[in-house]
Design a binder for this molecule. Structure first.
Ligand SMILES: Nc1ncnc2c1ncn2[C@@H]1O[C@H](COP(=O)(O)OP(=O)(O)O)[C@@H](O)[C@H]1O
Ligand SMILES: [Mg+2]
Length: 510
């Protein structure tokens, strides 16, 4: 007789149903696992054997065959231990044979019969709920699984014995409560930054329209400090976004204690990050930094120091909002819609263009350094801003700086204007000006007469490319939204052009 247990395999953040089939048949004692399982899955045999022994159950001296169906779907990860063990227990009569009906099972086993946390419980629970199943998962993942639906049954035992006792009626496992992270430590606040009014303004515009942003300036100017304060002015995650972010974190195994948080992700990978770390992939398919920053911020400090191939790999997610990872025999897609904030020194030594500084390597130093960034990448960054070092006087007796909360309120107002406009235009899938392109952008950002005149002059004098032109329009639309203005005027365009001008100077230097 074949015992069947439902579990899942992950494809991106989707949980595909997998059927674990266990057969215990007369024959020479053996334990075979088939069905396109990777190394970690194959090791399940040893963990299952040890965990069952520790729980007082010996494997029968028979021929055991475990099949993971469908056989053509690749199986990765350690969450197959528990479904295999439960299938075997049902096959040898340690569990009622119908106990597992209507449950999807995920979990890793320790040698002593305890259940260890696994990645991807949230998508597994959502997949199970969609099929009308309940979920059996390790106790540590219970709070995460409980998020999927308030109605679905969730069993989260700490050990195999607890589960056996539950099914035999000797102990009742109560449903875990969904966990939400408490507010936690406050985020770094913009009020800490003295002076730097134009950089703060750029940060506000970037937050309001979700524009990508590049700070260029000498070391110590406060570029990293400013970028780290972006999360404090961004609106909290909407419920749908929260779920998307948590699904990715769950698959990546980074949901701490199974609790979800409404804070936008802020990822700041080091410049030595590999391509696999950045876009995902590697030995076992895992979301990369671009996906962990989904619906949040990806901060790349010292941008030119990243490997050129790694920077190039950002172009596709920046364009499509997805990271596609090619594997040996299939491809995986993770969501990756992030806001890019980058910072760089103007040259390797960091002081090019500073008054009174002359570089040993001459003007080539800055040119060579900036040439490490490809035009197509820079083209996808709407706001380029030069951040000069703050003068010591400004640090000593600063004017009182505005706290993040005040800026966040303006950002939230501008965002809701954008959302309403996109809904009115029949594009509820869009939420920020940075996402608008082509005809839609030209429709929402059509300047008034004075603005049109300025723009056509500027396009001629600055020799704006089509992309450059659209970038100016996008930023100008956000500036108008921040000001609560219905149409894009001359002043908005003039300010937007200023963020463009520094980009052109950087490009000309390259
Ligand atoms: N405008 C500023 N207001 C307050 N402190 C500043 C400012 N600019 C720089 N600092 C101080 O200088 C330090 C270095 O800033 P940082 O952001 O690391 O510079 P950068 O990334 O531009 O090299 C900060 O930790 C902060 O203490
Ligand atoms: Mg820095």
């Amino acid at each position: 007789m074949v015992q069947r247990v439902a579990t899942v395999a992950f494809e991106g953040v989707d949980a595909r149903p997998v059927d674990v089939q266990v057969q215990v048949a007369p024959g020479l004692p053996a334990f075979n696992l088939v069905g396109l399982a990777d190394k970690a899955v194959n090791e399940a045999k040893e963990r299952v054997r040890a965990a069952l022994t520790a729980s007082g159950l010996a494997l029968p001296a028979k021929r055991i065959t475990v099949n993971l169906a469908p056989a053509d779907l690749p199986k990765e990860g350690s969450h197959y231990d528990l479904p295999i063990a439960l299938g075997l227990m049902a096959a040898i009569g340690a569990l009622p044979s119908d106990a597992l009906d209507g449950f999807t099972v995920v979990g890793e086993l320790a040698l002593d019969g305890r259940l260890a946390a696994v990645a991807g419980v949230l998508p597994a629970a959502i997949g199970a709920d969609a099929r009308g199943h309940g979920l059996i998962c390790p106790a540590a993942c219970g709070p995460e699984a409980a998020w999927a639906s308030p109605e679905m049954p969730v069993l989260a035992p700490a050990t195999l014995i607890e589960l056996v006792n539950h099914f035999s009626g000797r102990q009742v496992l109560s449903r875990p409560e969904p966990g939400l992270e408490p507010e936690g430590a406050p985020l770094p606040d913009l009020a800490d930054v003295k002076g730097q009014e134009s950089a703060k303004r750029a940060l506000e515009i970037a937050a309001a329209g979700r524009h990508n942003l590049l700070f260029i300036g000498p070391p110590g100017a406060g570029k990293s400090m400013l970028a780290q304060r972006l999360p404090s002015i961004l609106p909290p995650l909407a419920p749908a976004e929260l779920l998307e972010v948590s699904m990715i974190a769950s698959v990546a195994g980074t949901l701490q204690g199974g609790t979800l948080t409404s804070r936008r992700p802020f990822r700041a990978p080091h410049h030595s990050a590999s391509m696999a770390a950045m876009v995902g992939g590697g030995m076992r398919a895992r979301p990369g930094e671009v996906s962990l920053a989904h619906n949040g911020v990806l901060f790349l400090d010292e941008l030119p120091e990243f490997q050129p191939a790694v920077l190039d790999s950002l172009r596709q997610p920046l364009e499509t909002g997805e990271a596609v990872i090619a594997r040996a025999n299939h491809r995986i897609t993770y969501p990756a819609r992030f806001q890019l904030v980058a910072a760089m020194n103007p040259c390797r030594c960091g002081h090019a263009g500073q008054p009174g500084h002359s570089c040993r390597r001459g003007p080539r130093c800055a040119a060579d350094y900036q040439a490490r960034l490809s035009g197509p990448l820079l083209d996808r960054i709407d706001l380029h801003l030069e951040v000069p070092a703050v003068a010591a006087v400004d640090l000593v007796r600063p004017a009182p700086a505005e706290p993040s909360a005040a800026v966040a309120a303006r950002v939230a107002a501008a965002r809701s204007i954008q959302r309403e406009r996109f809904v009115r235009l029949g594009r509820p899938d869009l939420s920020s000006n940075a996402q608008a392109a082509g005809p839609l952008l030209e429709a929402i950002a059509a300047p008034d007469a004075a603005g049109t005149a300025l723009l056509s002059d500027a396009a001629r004098i600055m020799r704006l490319s089509a992309r450059g032109y659209h970038r100016v329009l996008r930023v100008a639309r956000t500036l108008a939204d921040l000001a609560g203005a219905e149409s894009v005027g001359r002043a908005h365009l003039a300010e937007a052009l200023a963020y463009r001008a520094s980009a052109d100077r950087a490009a000309a230097a390259a």
